[in-house]
Design a protein around this ligand. Structure first.
Ligand code: ATP
Ligand code: MP5
Length: 275
């Protein structure tokens, strides 16, 4: 059994954060473990409050796992503060476990999940240790201090992130003006790149899409799947989870983690160039 870890915030509403990650891990046959960085009082309508966990206790959770389990992949989600980021980065130094960093910054409702002052720590302390980083367009803009409006801007932003030492950058194109397709752009350190296109699902139930995508990627990487295949399978997982989204709650409902196992054979991802 492959064992993977999510280092993220708890979403009491169950659609994002630790809860989305563990549901995804379960569906993909890996054993999920967790380090909780913050509690959120949250539902499909928004984040009411955030309670960060003390650094020393985050450290204890992480070391409890490292001492007992042969972890095969780790992901990070909501990290909230520069202190928490530095704690995780320090614990990750000298580990050779693949690290997937989802640079969560702002919730769908606009609430802060990463303090402004923590962006530098994310760039300087954690990204150099990352195997894969998965920003959406606003996150990539914040991390690179560049405006992104075209595919050529995406390429420049990815190059700037690769220069920090990240092995692979996936920029999720959900915020580009494209009503028909959801296109993500993948860039590797060795210069290779490709795009992944699926049909855009018209739904408001997209709570936790970023968390679920990066958790699926972590599960496939943890299962030792080759990285390019893992990225495409994770795109299939999130496409099916959004297609079969759940209308629960009064706001932005969650995605459906059960859909992939049922429908994976029928999901098409079109691979293209990044021009
Ligand atoms: N409506 C949608 N239909 C199909 N895929 C989507 C949709 N919304 C997001 N995705 C995909 O879900 C994955 C996670 O996207 P994520 O939500 O983190 O980023 P985004 O789409 O760029 O931003 P946001 O959803 O915050 O507008 C990506 O693969 C993205 O392309
Ligand atoms: C605890 C927590 N972590 C992350 C998100 C972001 O969710 P999304 O995946 O929709 O960007 C969230 N709303 N809450």
């Amino acid at each position: 059994m492959h064992i993977v870890t999510t280092i993220a915030g708890s979403d009491s509403g169950g659609g994002a954060g630790i809860q989305a990650d563990l549901k995804t891990f379960q569906e993909l046959d890996v054993f999920g473990t967790s380090v909780i960085t913050a509690l959120t009082a949250q539902n499909t309508q928004g984040v009411m409050d955030v309670l960060p966990i003390e650094q020393a206790f985050i450290n204890k959770q992480f070391h409890a796992l490292l001492e007992d389990f042969p972890i095969s992949a780790i992901k990070t989600g909501m990290l909230f503060s520069s202190d928490i980021i530095r704690t995780i980065a320090l614990a990750m130094t000298n580990l050779t476990i693949p690290l997937i960093v989802d640079p969560v910054m702002i919730a769908k409702g606009g609430e802060t999940l990463l303090q402004q002052e923590a962006v530098e720590a994310l760039r300087n302390n954690l990204l150099p240790l990352a195997t894969i980083v998965t920003p959406n367009i606003p996150e990539a803009e914040t991390l690179t201090a560049r405006k992104i409006e075209t595919v050529s801007d995406i390429r420049l932003a990815a190059q700037s992130l690769l220069q920090l030492g990240v092995q692979c950058v996936i920029i999720k194109g959900g915020h580009l003006a494209n009503k028909d397709f959801a296109v993500d752009y993948v860039f590797f350190k060795n210069g290779k790149s490709f795009s992944m296109q699926t049909s855009r699902i018209a739904t408001k139930n997209t709570h936790g899409t970023g968390c679920t995508f990066s958790a699926a990627l972590t599960a496939f990487i943890g299962r030792q799947m080759p990285i390019e295949q893992a990225i495409v399978e994770a795109k299939k997982f999130i496409q099916l989870a959004i297609t079969h989204n759940l209308s629960i709650g009064h706001g932005n409902g969650p995605t459906n983690h059960f859909a992939y196992q049922k429908f994976k054979e029928s999901c098409e991802v079109t691979i293209g160039e990044t021009q």
